[in-house]
Design a protein around this ligand. Sequence first.
Ligand code: BGC
Length: 410
Amino acid sequence: MIELAEGFLWGASTAPHQIEGNNLNSDFWRLEGRMPGSSYSGDACDSYHRYREDMQLMADAGLNAYRFGIEWARIQPRPDLWSNAELAHYRRMIETALELGLTPVVTLQHFTLPAWFADEGGITGPTAPDRWRAYIERVSTILDGVEWVVTINEPNMFAMMTGLAQMITSGNLDEWVSPTVEGEPDANSATSLPAPDPEIGSALIALHREAVGILHAHTNAKVGWTIANQAFTSTPGNEQKFAEMSYVWEDLYLQGSRGDDFVGVQSYTSQPIDANGIVPHLPHPDNTLTGAAYRPDALGIALHHAWEITEGVPLLVTENGIPTDSDERRIEYTTGALAGLLDAVDDGLDVRGYLHWSLLDNYEWGHWEPTFGLIAVDRDTFERTPKPSLGWLGEVARTQGASLCAGARL
Ligand code: BGC
């Protein structure tokens, strides 16, 4: 039996905009009305009011950790206005998690920004360093007792999204040509997105470093950020291309976390790199609801890659999951992913926890159809219905992974 680190975290993750509802002052709320073919987040899962119920379900299932986020747009709805009531709301969330025996893993920025700050130029604008510093200082006042803090979620994806938004606003979208798979637009993978601009990436690294300093000065938390791990693999002879693509898509950011207390690993699928770059996901009956390849082995690849590039920063799986209508498939996928995690621990990697994406069927940035949740949510009544995978993951947690040995792993 593989020994896991003491206090290994077993839990699930969410992001505020995707579950809270009515995040009225954020830039994404404003964008939702403008993105063609997209749905609104609306009331989302109403977790702004129902967070205790969400946490209770996790605790009852046997999980011991919950990753959730703080929404900057609520804390600072206008440039010159801070909300003490909203700070108190997030403090109550932290205290509720602690009361229920869930270790809170708190994300300070998960893709969204206050709309006014986006209008000032957002994270690449002239006010970014001062605005960010003020937000981090303000939020650090409510983090007493929080052991794990994520500064920025997926800076690599956020850099890509920021670049895309800049292309749209400047009318230069045709600078980037969307690739196709078998004549159809490839809508489902990193290949369908413009590569993150390393200049934006460097700006984010500077903001991260600033936040790490402030949080270390004001709290006792372990501080890190979370990376969208690509789990790229090289096809024979294309090692140079693999290195180039890996650098632009993730290694820059993994290098940016060297020396941190931990790095969050977020893994869903894997893609090969050939002479032309990222090989698109080909249509396949096993593909997930977002069209990505079914690759439970991606997590093991991602953990090894993150460990190598960060030069041994402790690893915390902060997201891993599958968009699927079949909960059996969710369990099968997660069993495979956890096999990779246990192998990584066996190989000597320092892995501190596993947080599944996601706790709830939530708002997937414009869409409701890709369901990632361990819990289904009725969008009219907000009634929560745990799926078998929630109890299954709780059992894995209670047995420290031993229950997996009875199943597919050994
Ligand atoms: C993000 C989540 C998202 C998930 C599934 C990650 O990129 O952090 O917000 O919902 O992947 O697509």
